[in-house]
Design a protein around this ligand. Structure first.
Ligand SMILES: *[C@@H]1O[C@H](CO)[C@@H](O)[C@H](O)[C@H]1NC(C)=O
Ligand SMILES: *[C@@H]1O[C@H](CO)[C@@H](O)[C@H](O)[C@H]1NC(C)=O
Ligand SMILES: *[C@@H]1O[C@H](CO)[C@@H](O)[C@H](O)[C@H]1NC(C)=O
Ligand SMILES: *[C@@H]1O[C@H](CO)[C@@H](O)[C@H](O)[C@H]1NC(C)=O
Length: 326
């Protein structure tokens, strides 16, 4: 290993708590450089014919072995009980000695936030189009803005801003997936979709709209953010486990936020177009909105395996990747 890499790994260990929130896709060490070359994939997205996902009859066995239509996507009081093996896996992700009482926290959650069975409307007649917008620098100068905004749902991830980048990333956000360490203000029409890595994240969500007293997890977090309480949703811990098992096939410690979001879209949408995913040709990730760079295969996630899965979904027309500028 080069000295540089060693140093990066060291810095990464120190910064792990702060960096993890910065990155859409694969997290960790920071290097600053300019966005130079992107891999020489097609400039324009391929205009494959789209079919709605409603008809899974024609799916490959690769797809149908992984896709589980009945997995709970979003938490509500009726589906909140966790199987022991799921709870213990999820609990292992949280680096805290005293895990708060999950049942009690869930009760509090749904005394505050909508307690609904979201998106259980899948069927042959539904054709909901979704744009999943990652934070990759390949969005810069892509001119995708209007196209992204034309989808029924526009799902953004973590801090990815729209202001000042409208031409390339659009200005509509129906859903934003975030966790306390990556939280930003949302506008009134946007669903805050919490990605809970720990029970404390759920407590933080409660605190944001009530006492505002949680200001720290493993790092400082905002005590409150602007968001519409009536549009809050919480990803189900079983869904996180399902993505880890079925789609990442156990690679990495847990799936990246981008990958989770993409699989989430696969379940709630009938046509999934994916923007702003992808690394530079020298296997680094960077954001369209800042200059941090992160090594591709690094940290808790398996970038390579997720990449393989994403490509396969594209091959099978389950998603359409828009590669941006090369
Ligand atoms: C089913 O999928 C195959 C291969 O992807 C494709 O060639 C065929 O046209 C599809 N059939 C229908 C009815 O969509
Ligand atoms: C969590 O709280 C519930 C309700 O207050 C209680 O019945 C349960 O025993 C608690 N669980 C643990 C593990 O302490
Ligand atoms: C988004 O941009 C369109 C024009 O491209 C504009 O008409 C619309 O008002 C903008 N919406 C928001 C919420 O800024
Ligand atoms: C992801 O997979 C695609 C298609 O196989 C490949 O072109 C690209 O280089 C991969 N990305 C990385 C960062 O390895």
């Amino acid at each position: 290993m080069t000295l540089l890499l060693k140093r990066l790994r060291y810095i990464s260990a120190l910064l792990i708590s702060t960096t993890i929130l910065l990155f859409l896709y694969f997290q960790n060490s920071i290097v600053v450089l300019t966005y130079s070359s992107y891999s020489s994939v097609s400039k324009q997205a391929q205009h494959a014919s789209h079919i709605c996902l409603g008809d899974l009859g024609n799916s490959s066995s690769w797809f149908s072995e992984r896709y589980k239509p009945t997995v709970p996507l979003l938490l509500n009081s009726a589906n909140s009980e966790l199987h022991a093996n799921i709870f213990s896996w999820w609990k292992e992700l949280q680096d805290v000695p005293n895990v708060p009482n999950y049942t009690e926290v869930v009760d509090q959650l749904f005394s505050l936030f909508p307690d609904e069975d979201h998106y259980s409307d899948a069927g042959p007649d539904r054709c909901r189009t979704c744009a999943v917008v990652g934070n990759s620098g390949n969005l810069l100068r892509s001119n995708y803005g209007q196209q992204i905004d034309s989808h029924d749902f526009v799902i953004r991830i973590n801090k990815g801003p729209t202001e000042d980048y409208e031409k390339d990333v659009g200005n509509k956000t129906t859903h934003r997936i975030l966790y306390p360490e990556s939280a930003v203000d949302l506008d009134d029409n946007t669903h805050l979709v919490l990605l809970p890595f720990k029970v404390l994240d759920m407590q933080w969500l409660i605190s944001v709209f009530t006492t505002k007293n949680i200001i720290q997890t493993y790092t400082e977090v905002p005590s409150t953010i602007k968001a519409n309480k009536d549009k809050v949703m919480i990803l189900h811990p079983e869904f996180i486990r399902y993505v880890h098992d079925n789609w990442a096939e156990g690679h990495g410690r847990y799936p990246s936020t981008g990958f989770l979001t993409l699989i989430f879209a696969l379940h709630i949408c009938d046509k999934v177009n994916v923007f702003g995913f992808g690394a530079t040709s020298d296997r680094n990730w960077h954001h369209y909105f800042d200059e941090t760079l992160t090594l591709f295969e690094y940290g808790s996630h398996s970038g390579d395996f997720e990449n393989i899965t994403i490509n396969q979904l594209h091959q099978e027309n389950k998603i359409l990747m828009y590669k941006g500028l090369t």
